[in-house]
Structures are given as C-alpha cells and as structure tokens.
Design a protein. Structure first.
Ligand code: ARG
Length: 623
C-alpha cells in the first residue's frame, strides 16, 4: 500500500501492540481490525488481561454503537463491583484517531465510538488502494479488498458439479456447481491454490447399456448436434427396452441370454473394464463430446474447471491397492460373492467395494481415486461438494481411508447441501442445465420488457437478461444456508421486487449510474482530494460500516463454506444503498460535497462488485 506519509496528521494512527498473532485480526487487510485492536488495547491495560484475550470479545455493531465489550466476560461481581473496571477505562480514555468516546450504561458493557472521520478516511483509503492494486494485478485473487493470505502455500482440491454422462443435470448438480464455484473463489481469495475438478459419472454398467442403446437407436448427426440430449434420449429408450424385456422374462418367456439387454450391457461394461479397444473408443467419444458441450454451458455461468476427470479415470492399480489394504486390515466381509467393507462398528453400515463379478462400484472408484489424486496433487485439503443424500457414502469413504491409514484421511471434507423442490422447466421435470439457463434468460427478458422505457435503453437486452437471469438462479440457490432445502421458482427469483438476485444487480447498476449521471463532477484521484468530514450523514455512515464489515463476512463465508453469509451482506448493503440513494444526492450539490459523495459511491460500488465476483456473478453496469 502507498506510503503512510500521505495520511494527514489528524488521522495518523498510533502504533498498536501487535507482536503476537491474534486469531482473526488482520491489520493489513481489514481496517476495522485496527479499531478493534485499539479498543482491546485500552481494555487490556485497564483489566490487566492479555490483549489477545480481549480482542475476540470486541463486538461490532450492537445497538448503534461501533464496538462494545462485555466487562462481565473478564470480571466477576455485581454491577457496583464492575464499576471500578468501567471507570478505569473511562477515566483513562483520551480521544484519538481511533476512538472518539467510551461510555457505559450499567457497568456491564463498555460502548466505544469510532473517530468517524478517521475511520471513514482509513476505510475508504484502503478500499481504493486495494482496488488500484487489483487493477494492476487482475489475475491475483488476493489483491481485492476483503481477501487474505491465510492459505498461502496450501493447495485445495475441490470436486464439484460432477454430473453423469447421458443423464440429466439434476438439481443436486446445479447446487454443487453454484456452491462449489463460490467455495473455490473463497479459497482463492484467502490465498489458497485451488484445483477445480469435475468428477464425471462416466463409468459403470449403465455405460455398457448406453453403448448397446447407441448401436440400436443412435444417430450420428443428432449426437454431434447435441450430445447431452441425444445420449439421454438413447439411454431412456434402451432402459425402456430393457424394462420391457424384463416384464416378458418375468411372465415366463424365454429369451436367450445373448439377446438379453441386461447381459449385453454387462458384457460391454466388462469389455470396457478390461480395456477392450472398441468398447473404449465409442465410450471415449461420448465422453469427449459431452465434455465439450458442458464446457460451453458452464461458461454461461462463469464456471470453469481445471480438470475434467471422472470415474473412468481412476486407475485399476489404486482400486486394487485399496481392495488389498482393506482385506489385509481385516476390514471386510463377504456377501453372496461380493466384497464389503464392514463399518457397522461406526454405525456406517456395510459397503460393497467389489461386486460378485469382480467389477468396481462408485465407492471403489472414489477410494482408488483418492489415492490417484493425492499422488498427483498432494493436496492439503480436498473438498467434495455433493448433496446431503450422499452423506453416508462420504462417511464410508472417509472412514475407510482413515482405517486404511491413508496420509490424507484428515484432509477430506464433504460439503453437503439440501434439496431443491420442484425444479422443472417448460420442457418438463427432467432438467438440463442448458434449458434451465435458457428459461432463466427468457423469464428475465420478459420481466425487463414489461418496463418499456427502461428496456429501450438497454444496449444488449438478451445478454443482460442472461446475466441477470443466471444471477437470479444463483442467488436463489445461495440465499439460505446451504443445508436448507428450497423451492425452485423461476418466476419469483427473477423478480425485481424483494430480496432476489436482480435486486443486487440493480444496486450495482445504481451505483454505476451515479458516475454516469454526474459527468461534471470531477472524480477524485485519491482520498486526500476529498473533505472526509462532509461524509457525515447517518445513511453514509451506515453504508461505510457495512463496507468495513466486509472482510469479516468474507472470512466467515470462507471458514464455514457458507456463501449465504455473503448473499445476506449483499442484500443488506443493497437496501442501505436503496435508501441513501433518495436523499444523499450528488446531483445539484456544491462541488466539495458532490465530490466527496461521488467518491463514496464509487468505493461502495467497488466493494459490492468484489462481493458479487466472489459469488461468481458478473456485475452489470446498465439495465
Ligand atoms: N456423479 C455423482 C452423482 O451424480 C456425483 C459425484 C460426486 N463426487 C464424487 N467424488 N463422488 O451423484
């Protein structure tokens, strides 16, 4: 950051004692932490308690005070006994560039107020300097305001989205895609190196079935046009044919084994597992074409992967190795020829790792895959973003890795999430990602068209509705805690009224328009070109306080892998912007005031845009 020498004398902050690492305190990255530490410093001296014990007790934003401290957390006694401690702080208090006042109502709590001008100065200065730094280093995810270097040197591998070839992209995949992307962004924003891995469901008996189906019903042209839809159609047809055959068999009809679809599919899959070139070649084509198509669709959602991997890519050696180790460690039992890991002791049931015919299964592949991935990436952490319905699977996987004594067993995390109710599109209840995006775009487009005057001003209405439409779907998904279920409702979530995605975009647009609408107001180049004391309205201070909280929000969202924390913050900020907008105007003000306010709105826009980008949204400038 730029030299401290440019800071006016009255805002110079005295040195704070910061020789120990204090959990959650980042003076270089979060200006509000300096002010918290100043409070902790005063109380530490008065209470004769170490500063690192006081710091976590500083509470932000309670009852219109900037920071409060509960004396009762450190001192015992009746309020009359506590008075000596409160007095000690109050009597020794001198206003500084950090704090302007301290008070108490009942001797149980101390209430501190910031030196507002100084606080606002340091906050805005920090936001604009980090913004400059991130413009200069656009590829550094730790440059923007709100980021940290906590994960520096560590590598996080994340498995998310992970749909199945020839099957619809269901709501579980949608949520995994959205949440997984944001968790990846959050880790990167906290200094981690992140590898995004798409673990395709591309292996198993069903791909033997698909192959038979394609020989019967496949169409080259259709396949090239839209591999995902076509393979799904083929899959449905062959599945129906198989079911119909089964009915006939059940009714007593005899069909020679080689004509039974079920057996044919098993045989093809066996060929695939044995690496038989013809079987592999066809399957590889299906896979490659599907990936190409997926990539294009993901792009529309600002989603990208570093690696397309999948169940098919897990090495035979690793699966054999895992099978051998669990047997050597006496963790297995047998049932009708199949080999199982017995986890009943841990209330995790028994889990098949080899089928009776020796072929592998989901768990075998995840287990072998772990070894392969660890060898390749040497991750410090591996996250799987998969619906809660698979919790047992991941518990079994992680427990087995632990019992096997794998070195990465304590680096694994399953980030789960709840169900989506009622996801369907105009085309039906079977949902493809592509159709869902299309429908969100169309619905958004209709919403926008309903305001003709505004619509006429939008330069690229379809592109804009695609951005706002996908914003709507993402925000609907992340607004609640991820473990909660929600009802998918495209109409509702694309609404401009209420706490939905479009509202956040709209706030960003408003903030952008301040600058556009006031071309005659000179844009200050630095904080030193504005008179900070002109930013004294309550509405401005409320917004600045939210901006100051932003790094804490990012940290919480990151620590708990909980994007909803960021979404809630975006809504809060958007509401504050909505009310300030009406009264704290730039237009028609005296130049000094106009300049200060313009500067303030610009910094607000920057922070909102940072948050939106972490949420994988594209902030738009006009709508
Ligand atoms: N393809 C799986 C499904 O659709 C999800 C895969 C999740 N990742 C994993 N490593 N098991 O259910």
């Amino acid at each position: 950051l730029s030299p401290e020498s440019s800071i006016p004398e009255k805002f110079k902050l005295y040195e704070l004692p910061f020789n120990k690492k204090i959990e959650g305190c980042d003076l270089n990255r979060s200006p509000i932490d300096k002010f918290k530490l100043a409070v902790a410093d005063l109380c530490s001296k008065a209470f004769e308690e170490p500063i690192e014990k006081i710091y976590p007790a500083t509470e932000l934003g309670k009852k219109n005070v900037d920071i409060s401290i509960a004396i009762v957390r450190f001192k015992k006694g009746k309020p009359t006994d506590l008075k000596v401690w409160a007095d000690k702080v109050i009597d020794n208090f001198k206003p500084s560039a950090y704090l302007s006042s301290v008070s108490t109502t009942d001797n149980k709590f101390l209430f501190f107020q910031f030196n507002k001008d100084s606080f606002n100065y340091h906050l805005l200065r920090h936001i604009s300097l980090t913004h400059e730094a991130s413009l200069a280093n656009p590829t550094d995810p730790t440059a923007p305001y709100g980021t940290t270097l906590e994960g520096n040197g560590k590598h996080m591998l994340i498995d998310f989205s992970s749909p199945n070839i020839a099957k619809p992209f269901h709501a579980g995949h949608l949520r995994s895609t959205i949440i997984g992307t944001v968790i990846s962004n959050l880790y990167e924003a906290n200094g981690w190196k992140v590898t995004r891995l798409n673990y395709l469901g591309d292996w198993g008996t069903q791909y033997g079935l698909l192959s038979i189906g394609f020989d019967r019903y496949g169409d080259e042209e259709e396949l090239l046009k839209d591999p995902i839809h076509h393979l799904f159609q083929v899959y449905v047809k062959i599945n129906n044919a198989k079911a119909e055959q089964k009915e006939r068999l059940d009714a007593g009809e005899t069909i020679p084994e080689e004509d039974q679809i079920h057996f044919q599919a098993k045989k093809v899959f066996k060929d695939m597992e044995d690496g038989e070139p013809k079987a592999i070649a066809q399957w590889a084509r299906f896979r490659d074409l599907s990936i190409e198509k997926l990539k294009g669709t993901y792009e529309k959602l600002n989603v990208k992967f570093d690696v397309y991997w999948g169940e098919s890519q897990v090495s035979t050696e690793s699966m054999d190795r895992a099978t051998r180790i669990v047997q050597e460690k006496n963790l297995t039992c047998e049932d009708r020829g199949a080999l199982l890991v017995d986890l009943t002791k841990y209330k995790m049931d028994r889990a098949i790792i080899r089928k009776a015919d020796g072929t592998t299964i989901y768990l075998t592949r995840d287990l072998g895959g772990l070894h392969d991935k660890y060898e390749k990436y040497k991750f410090d952490k591996h996250i799987y973003v998969v619906q809660a319905a698979q919790s047992l699977h991941f518990n079994q996987l992680f427990k087995t890795a632990e019992l096997m004594g794998e070195p990465y067993a304590d680096k694994l995390q399953h980030i789960s999430f709840g169900l989506v109710r009622g996801m369907s599109t105009r085309k039906g209840t079977v949902v493809f990602l592509e159709d869902m995006i299309e429908e969100a775009t169309e619905t958004m487009h209709e919403q926008m068209k309903s305001n003709e005057a505004k619509y006429a001003q939008v330069e690229n209405p379809l592109e804009t509705s695609a951005v706002i439409g996908t914003t709507a779907v993402k925000i609907q998904d992340m607004a609640g805690k991820r473990i909660n279920d929600y009802d998918f409702d495209i109409k509702r979530c694309t609404s401009f009224e209420g706490d939905f995605g479009p509202f956040i975009q709209y706030s960003h647009v408003r903030l952008c328009s301040v600058q556009r609408k006031n071309p005659n107001v000179p844009i200050p180049n630095s904080i030193n070109e504005i008179n900070i004391s002109l930013l004294n309205e309550t509405k401005i201070n409320d917004i600045l306080y939210q901006l100051a909280l932003y790094p804490t929000i990012v940290k919480n969202a990151y620590q708990y892998s909980e994007p909803s924390q960021l979404v809630t913050w975006c809504f809060k900020l958007s509401h504050l912007v909505g009310t300030a907008w009406e009264t704290v105007k730039v237009t028609g003000q005296e130049e000094e005031i106009a300049k200060a306010r313009l500067y303030f709105y610009i910094q607000t826009r920057i922070v909102l845009a940072n948050a939106m980008k972490l949420l994988s949204l594209t902030p738009i400038e006009r709508m």
